[in-house]
Write a protein that binds this ligand. Structure first.
Ligand code: ADP
Ligand code: ZN
Length: 608
């Protein structure tokens, strides 16, 4: 029965990890707390039981944009659903409430602020509410990153109902503290706890240390032509700059950051969701509540502030389960920018409690350090991150730049000694040298400033003349990351300083290594798609776009990329065969099946 409905409505033949457990518990009336990473398939866990229960299920979600998509997607699957939030006018609201009273919907999505309003309460008290689902349940906890006051109303709301419905709480935030808060504040009754692993096997994780980020980006994007992706930058300014560069290069890119008007943000976001723009260049303000399943790559133009943020942002790739790539561009400057941002948070903090602020800042710095190690350590990237999240993963995953050896270790002990002695000599002679100045001295730059400052008189001047300034700066960055050099703010810039690590290097007690990119061995998650399949895929994608436009829904609501890929592999000849494609349920195949089957036939004939 469950499996039959799973296939009929959602087009899937089996459950993913964790789903069946959640479905069974909810159906038997047991509360559920499910911790599953983005893309694991939380929605099915409550949508399927909702379908099978007698009354109405209320889904509480803080994300208005997500509600609309989810409801749309449910309707496309043939499941009657509606949402109630602040984007609708009074008339629309009354229409939905009337439908709800007449039992027209199986699921109603609602923002938490609505729960205690008079009209919604009246409705809830007078109708059969079988289940309450709390999406993004970590919002109830002050330990979580997105605490929402209104989430505390949920348990009040539940207490007002004549019969207590079963409650399912869902989140991707794993810490123990947050889990406990969810159980306490939502008043869960000995919930069945479901935690699936955090690994996202279809994601490739790569770190690059490009000398020229904008050049590297353009060459990487060549590989991604025709696919959707997000590029995250640390600052608004950089978003503007990168987006301009991409547009100038003829790529279809748009932008998103908090400095834009809300109209422009909404319009750009929609362009991206509807595949009118392929690339979204954004700050971390973008992405909360974006349910776009066909994001094939997420590039971080800068290193983010911690692994939590990175995993969440990168995790927006490949939600449809198709191979996707997450690439991080690392440079030492990103470390300093993040350090600066952390220091700034001290000034912006409005709390009185200085001890608390200092401890928060210290924690931020620790997290930044872990993030930096992710970028500079020479090992399996996936292993590193999963260990960070408290798992015990295999030492090699075979699907990251660490494992696939796109980077290699290089011994730079000799170079490091030269760099350290240059910093040391500089200090002795009363200089405060920045990274660049140090590199210029070492490479023997003849720049006017160098000569004027008489830096060419230092004994270390020109001892690395076979390297470029950029090369040396990269080495310095890597040494800062590993603690073999330090930085200190001097006037407006940061100067290099000697650390205990430097001393150990000079005493020959420590070898210095850095990670360098191997000469272009391209990362390739898409490799095993044949040219023929790719051609068909692009045709089906066009068809999907056309149909989506007609229906005024985002393309991935019609069919996911994963479904299109599976069609390309199976090449169904008729509707019956189309039903065996993953992600194709009854409703969608009736609605769109004919046109997709025809398109595939046309493609096959053309080949003969
Ligand atoms: P989450 O809310 O956990 O981030 P979603 O519920 O949005 O994840 O699901 C992510 C993707 O996985 C969706 O495209 C969904 O259709 C797909 N999916 C969910 N369950 C299954 C399943 N049992 N088999 C195949 N695909 C699934
Ligand atoms: Zn790996």
């Amino acid at each position: 029965m469950k499996l039959q409905l799973l296939h009929e409505y959602f087009g899937y033949t089996s459950f993913r990890e964790g789903q069946q457990g959640a479905v069974d518990a909810l159906l038997s009336g047991k509360d559920v707390l499910a911790v599953m990473p983005t893309g694991a398939g939380k929605s099915i866990c409550y949508q399927l039981p909702a379908l099978m229960m007698n009354g109405i299920s209320i889904v509480i979600s803080p994300l208005i944009s997500l509600m609309k998509d989810q409801v749309e997607s449910l309707r496309q699957s043939g499941i009657p659903a509606a949402f109630i939030n602040s984007t609708m006018n009074l008339e629309e609201y009354h229409i939905v409430m009337q439908g709800a009273r007449h039992g027209e919907y199986k699921l109603i999505y609602v923002a938490p602020e609505r729960l205690l309003t008079e009209s919604f309460l009246r409705f809830a008290v007078n109708n059969e509410i079988s289940m309450i689902t709390v999406d993004e349940a970590h919002c109830v906890s002050q330990w979580g990153q997105d605490f929402r006051q209104s989430y505390l109303d949920i348990s009040k709301f539940v207490k007002m109902l004549p019969v207590r419905p079963v409650i399912g709480a869902f989140t991707a935030t794993a810490t123990k503290q947050v889990r406990q808060d969810i159980i306490n504040f939502l008043d869960l009754d000995e919930p069945t706890e479901i935690t699936t692993g955090f690994d996202r096997k279809n994601l490739y994780f790569g770190v690059k240390t490009p000398k020229d980020k904008s050049k590297e980006l353009l060459s990487l994007l060549k590989k991604y032509i025709g696919r959707s992706g997000i590029i995250y930058c640390l600052s608004r300014k950089l978003v503007e700059q990168v987006c301009d560069e991409l547009c100038n290069a003829g790529l279809s890119a748009t932008r998103y950051h908090a400095g834009l008007s809300s109209e422009e943000r909404a319009a750009n976001q929609e362009d991206f969701l509807y595949d009118r723009s392929n690339i979204m260049v954004a700050t971390n303000a973008f992405g909360m509540g974006i349910d776009k399943s066909n994001v094939s790559f997420v590039i971080h133009y800068n290193m983010p502030k911690d692994i939590e943020s990175y995993y969440q942002e990168a995790g927006r790739a490949g939600r449809d389960g198709e191979p996707a790539e997450c690439i991080l561009f690392y440079s030492g400057r990103d470390v300093r920018t993040n350090q600066f941002l952390i220091e700034q948070s001290r000034e912006n903090a409005d709390a009185q409690d200085t001890a608390l602020i200092e401890s928060l800042i210290a924690k931020s710095k620790e997290r930044l350090k872990s993030m930096t190690f992710y970028c500079t350590a020479v090992e399996c990237q996936r292993n590193y991150m999963l260990r960070y999240f408290g798992e015990n993963p295999a030492p090699f995953c075979g699907n990251c730049s660490g494992c696939l050896g796109n980077t290699e270790k290089k011994d730079i002990t000799i170079e490091a000694m030269k760099i350290i002695s240059c910093v040391y000599r500089g200090h002795q002679n009363g200089y405060h040298l920045s990274r660049t100045k140090t590199a210029q001295v070492l490479t023997g730059s003849t720049q006017k400033a160098i000569i004027e400052m008489r830096l060419d008189k230092l004994s270390t001047y020109g001892i690395m003349s076979d390297y470029s300034v950029t090369d040396v700066v990269q080495m310095i960055d890597s040494m800062i990351a590993s603690g073999d050099l330090g930085t200190k703010i001097f006037k407006e810039y940061s100067e290099l300083v000697i650390t205990s690590g430097s001393a150990a290097v000079i005493r020959k007690e420590k070898r210095v290594e850095m990670r360098v990119s191997k000469k272009e061995k391209i990362d390739n998650a898409y490799e095993n798609v044949s040219a023929e399949e790719e051609e068909l895929f692009q045709r089906l994608r066009k068809l999907r776009e056309k149909l989506a436009m007609k229906e005024h829904v985002p393309p991935y609501v019609v069919f996911s990329n994963a479904a299109l890929r599976d069609m390309c592999r199976r090449k169904p000849q008729n509707i019956q065969e189309l039903m065996s494609v993953s992600g194709v349920g009854m409703m969608r195949s009736q609605k769109y099946g004919r046109e997709f089957v025809d398109e595939i036939q046309k493609f096959l004939k053309r080949k003969m």
